[in-house]
Design a protein around this ligand. Structure first.
Ligand code: SF4
Ligand code: SF4
Length: 164
């Protein structure tokens, strides 16, 4: 049975969960790249890397390609939104030699992972994502304010990409 302190902690966790900011005291996360590139790979099957027009322009410029040539070669339209294409094994098209070949201009969702709304919804969804991302639970502390900043950046990116 939980003692008084455990009960108080459980009550506080429940309060934060209800308030939607269970991560207020921060979370443990450190990306293990370049040893890991699981979130860029096709391990989980088909996926989408959403991009908006500004991001497409930035990547095209980085690659030295005309915008039209870039979009014809690397972009697919999914309903009203746009995603990078994948390799036949579902790896991101820009995953090369275990790393991101456009790292400096990678799209917003690549910068904000794993601080995505669906993942940060609750401790359970965060923990479940840890089965896919070995950086979750690693030996580094990301404070709650930084988590919130990343989440807001991600949500704004989704809004711009029409994939809210
Ligand atoms: S799966 Fe996690 S640890 Fe691996 S590259 Fe992606 S963010 Fe980093
Ligand atoms: S653009 Fe780069 S960071 Fe984003 S999924 Fe592709 S390889 Fe990974």
């Amino acid at each position: 049975m939980a003692d008084g302190k455990d009960k108080a902690e459980a009550a506080e966790l429940l309060r934060r969960k209800r308030a939607g900011n269970w991560y207020a005291d921060g979370v443990k996360f450190r990306c293990l790249a370049p040893e890991c590139s699981d979130c860029c790979s096709g391990k989980r099957g088909e996926g989408y890397v959403w991009v908006n027009a500004d991001e497409m322009e930035a990547i095209a410029g980085y690659l030295g390609l005309e915008f039209d040539k870039f979009t014809r070669t690397f972009i697919r339209q999914i309903e009203w939104s746009f995603s990078l294409i994948e390799k036949p094994n579902h790896d991101c098209i820009f995953l090369k030699d275990g790393g991101c070949s456009i790292y400096e201009v990678r799209p917003t969702q690549c910068r904000t992972y794993p601080f995505w709304p669906d993942i940060m919804r609750a401790p359970e969804t965060w923990k479940r994502e840890g089965e896919q991302c070995p950086g979750i639970g690693a030996d580094a502390h990301v404070d709650g304010a930084e988590v919130e900043r990343q989440l807001e950046t991600d949500i704004e990116g989704r809004r711009r990409n029409s994939v809210e």
